[in-house]
Design a protein around this ligand. Structure first.
Ligand SMILES: [Zn+2]
Length: 447
């Protein structure tokens, strides 16, 4: 299917007319010749190719509107650009605003009811990690590539959702299908409490059978990977208090060890006892301690003061915890708590855990869904798609619905590099690739 990749965007095409025709003929012949594709599927594949430039325009327009997670109006604006795309396909579209106190915009929800086949939930997000004060703000195209905030994470994925749905519509396959699209406005840093910020996603999942996440696809050693599992991500905060006195009296029975030795004991014991378990990691990210220590509401900034001759009274440390399942998370928390209770003399410690992203466990149903996606990919001439290492992918919105649907698969978006950095880049050729795969997969799932 390299022929498709060689088709240049119309505006920059340097080929002569005959070259174009030959390329097109080869390309169309390739699609028709693929025995495993039905005529409708082959037709959708051609539709995707003919409409890719329009999709790149949509991507450019959404990337050029800043929608950092905290930029409420920016997220609302990106939703305004996306909404007509779904309305044109017969979806009921609504904006679900989050309460102002969450500091998050809300979610765009598009639904199309039907009775045929599996009920699908398609997940994307409007927000990016780049707030308005960041220098990285605009879409810049260079041939088959483009840079810009959110080009792969994940305005490119949103654009692929639209293109794939348009392809389904082009053969009348949306009629009778049950499809819900949720584009959240706070994926990169979900609003709190989660019971409010993830309610719409949960509701959509409760009336769906299969969740498809359009976060960026991964290419490792030239082979495409999709995501059947994601680890949970949550945080912990450790607080240690201790008797204070002149340093010359440290370790006396009535004085004790001080808060810094106790904090060190806890962290070091965790390191010795919990480290190395498969799929479990925990990080200590920030620590302040001394005669006095504080950390602000963001949990990311703080300060401390102390003297070499004063036994320190207070330590605060914060970090994260990542697991492949809820069971592993609970077990790790229990072991961490146990270590915390074994205080050194003259010290007390407490730990608080805050829920974040749940895990998406690598179920057999997820692997079966991947097998279907792999089959689709081969039928389209793109070669195999294999599972990404369950321990290697970060958190994403699909994890919030993983245990509410029968099966889920993520990483169905276009590919690129440099996510969450000012080097974020998309390979634009992966837009039609991802859209064709998604369209054919959805076609088959909704038969
Ligand atoms: Zn993302």
């Amino acid at each position: 299917m390299n022929a498709m990749n060689d088709v240049k965007p119309c505006g920059t095409c340097k080929q002569g007319f005959s070259g174009l025709v030959i390329t097109a003929l080869l390309f169309f012949a390739g699609v028709e010749a693929t025995a495993e594709l039905s005529p409708e599927e082959a037709s959708m594949a051609r539709f995707v190719d003919a409409n890719t430039e329009r999709t790149i325009d949509l991507l450019e327009r959404t990337v050029n509107v800043n929608s950092g997670t905290l930029n409420v109006e920016g997220n609302r604006e990106v939703a305004r650009i996306m909404a007509p795309e779904f309305e044109a396909l017969g979806f009921d579209v609504r904006w679900s605003a989050l309460p102002p106190e969450t500091g998050r915009a809300g979610h765009l929800i598009a639904t199309r009811d039907g009775e045929r086949g599996e009920r699908l939930l398609l997940i994307g997000h409007l927000d990016t990690v780049f707030e308005p004060d960041h220098p990285f703000q605009t879409f810049k195209r260079d041939g088959d590539f483009a840079t810009g905030p959110g080009v792969i994470d994940m305005k490119g994925g949103n654009a692929v959702i639209v293109l794939a749905l348009q392809a389904l519509d082009s053969v009348g396959a949306l009629d009778g299908a049950s499809i819900t699209v949720v584009l959240t406005g706070d994926e990169e840093s979900p609003g709190r409490p989660l019971e409010i910020s993830r309610r719409d996603l949960w509701d959509a999942a409760d009336s769906s059978d299969i969740a498809l996440g359009f976060e960026a696809g991964s290419v490792v050693n030239g082979i495409d990977h999709a995501v059947v599992a994601r680890r949970s991500s949550s945080s912990w905060q450790l607080e240690v208090t201790a008797n204070t006195a002149h340093s010359s009296t440290i370790f006396r029975d009535e004085i004790g060890a001080g808060a810094l030795f106790e904090a060190s004991r806890i962290l070091n014991t965790w390191y010795g006892e919990l480290r190395g378990e498969q799929y479990l990691t925990f990080n200590a990210g920030v620590l302040v301690g001394g005669a006095e220590a504080r950390i602000d509401d963001t949990g990311e900034r703080g300060g401390a003061s102390g003297k070499t001759n004063i036994i320190p009274e207070r330590v605060i440390a914060r970090g994260d915890l990542r697991t492949i399942s809820q069971e592993q998370l609970e077990a790790a928390r229990e072991r961490m708590r146990h270590v915390v209770t074994g205080s050194l003399p003259g010290t007390q410690a407490s730990i608080e855990f805050t829920d974040g992203y749940p895990a998406m466990f690598p179920t057999e149903a997820n692997y079966a869904l991947l097998a279907q996606y792999d089959e689709v990919s081969r039928a389209l001439g793109y070669g195999e798609v294999v599972p990404f290492d369950p321990g290697a992918r970060g958190a994403a919105d699909i994890a919030f619905v993983a245990d509410r649907v029968d099966a889920g698969l993520c990483g169905l978006g276009p590919s690129g590099s440099g996510g969450h950095t000012a080097e974020e880049k998309i390979d634009l050729r992966t837009i039609p690739k991802a859209a064709r795969r998604a369209a054919v997969l959805m076609y088959r799932l909704t038969r």
